[in-house]
Design a protein around this ligand. Structure first.
Ligand SMILES: Nc1ncnc2c1ncn2[C@@H]1O[C@H](COP(=O)(O)OP(=O)(O)OP(=O)(O)O)[C@@H](O)[C@H]1O
Ligand SMILES: [Mg+2]
Length: 290
């Protein structure tokens, strides 16, 4: 469904001596995502996630490389491909002076939907996310969680085949976050391919069929969350040493037990299952001074 082939995005700016400085935000990224899959792109700040999403949603052109949806190069079929995708931006960007219904109407008109279809789709989707009662309310009056759900509804109005979400649950309470996860899962079950970025490792673990971890513009690992944990080692040992928490990973339980037996840590030693956060930190490097 999505093929990303050797994608490169460089930005240039001038320094104080007017010299052109190039910055590579995405550095030879290749990935593929299957139809109906929930795919998560993870990475530390500045890794290149948003730049990747901006290219995939045709908001910026790549410096090199190609992106194909259903075998079609997106920038060669831009109008068609914009109908093919729905985009949930990181920041709420409704017209604050319009009502909920009017905002959705506006989006539907931009996508050339007929009047009957617009009405039907607005009613259906608002019902789906429990927002039918606020259809005539101003967007301003909605809570943060309602606005996030409405962003997803807006992105789904024209029935896209791929839904892109940049940090879909940032700053939401756990209840709202879970409802949004349910909504994303339902979309995927109905055949929509979902591509999201997130800073919340537990979100990726709970939601994504596959994840890719990127660092400094490059792909560092890709696979099912469980598979990535197994690659690092299923068993994690944590202990305190010189005022720091240390970690080691083992493929076999008996190896982790033998290691623990030989440890001379004064603090608490914990043996547990490796999680995606361990994988993330091991692959993207621990930052000194944190
Ligand atoms: N328009 C731009 N001009 C110049 N540099 C840019 C531009 N957009 C992004 N960058 C740089 O590209 C790199 C990747 O940025 P990007 O926003 O894609 O990272 P990210 O993974 O989304 O980070 P975060 O987790 O903080 O959102 C950063 O070093 C950033 O400073
Ligand atoms: Mg970002």
């Amino acid at each position: 469904m999505i093929e990303i082939d050797a994608l490169v995005k460089r930005f240039s700016h001038r320094d104080k001596d007017n010299k052109v400085i190039w910055k590579t935000a995405v550095d030879g990224l290749s990935l593929s995502v299957k139809e109906g899959e929930i795919f998560g792109l993870l990475g530390p700040n500045g890794a290149g996630k948003t730049t990747t999403i901006r290219v995939l949603t045709m908001q910026t052109v790549p410096t090199e490389g190609r992106v194909l949806y259903d075998g079609k190069e997106i920038f060669l079929h831009e109008r068609e491909m914009k109908e093919f995708i729905g985009v949930v931006p990181q920041h709420v960007n409704f017209d604050q002076d319009l009502t909920v219904g009017e905002n959705l109407e506006l989006h539907a008109r931009l996508h050339h939907m007929g009047s009957a279809e617009r009405k039907r789709r607005i009613a259906e989707l608002l019902h789906y996310v429990d927002l039918s009662e606020v259809v005539n309310d101003g967007v301003r009056q909605l809570s943060g969680g309602m606005k996030r759900r409405l962003l997803i509804v807006r992105a789904l109005m024209h029935s896209p085949r791929i839904l892109f979400l940049d940090e879909p649950t940032v700053a939401l309470d756990p209840q709202v976050r879970r409802r949004i996860w349910d909504l994303i899962r339902q979309m995927a079950r109905s055949g929509v391919t979902v591509f999201l970025t997130t800073h919340y490792i537990e979100e990726a673990e709970a939601l994504c069929d596959r994840v890719a971890i990127m660092n400094r513009g490059k792909l560092v690992s890709e696979g099912e969350p469980l598979e990535l944990c197994q690659r690092l080692g299923t068993y994690a040992v944590e202990w305190d040493e010189d005022g720091r928490r240390e970690y080691r990973f083992f493929k076999r339980r008996d190896a982790s037990a033998a290691f623990v037996a030989g440890l001379a840590s004064e603090g608490k030693i914990q043996v547990r299952r490796t999680n995606l956060e361990d994988v993330f930190i091991e692959l993207t490097g621990r930052k000194e001074g944190l």
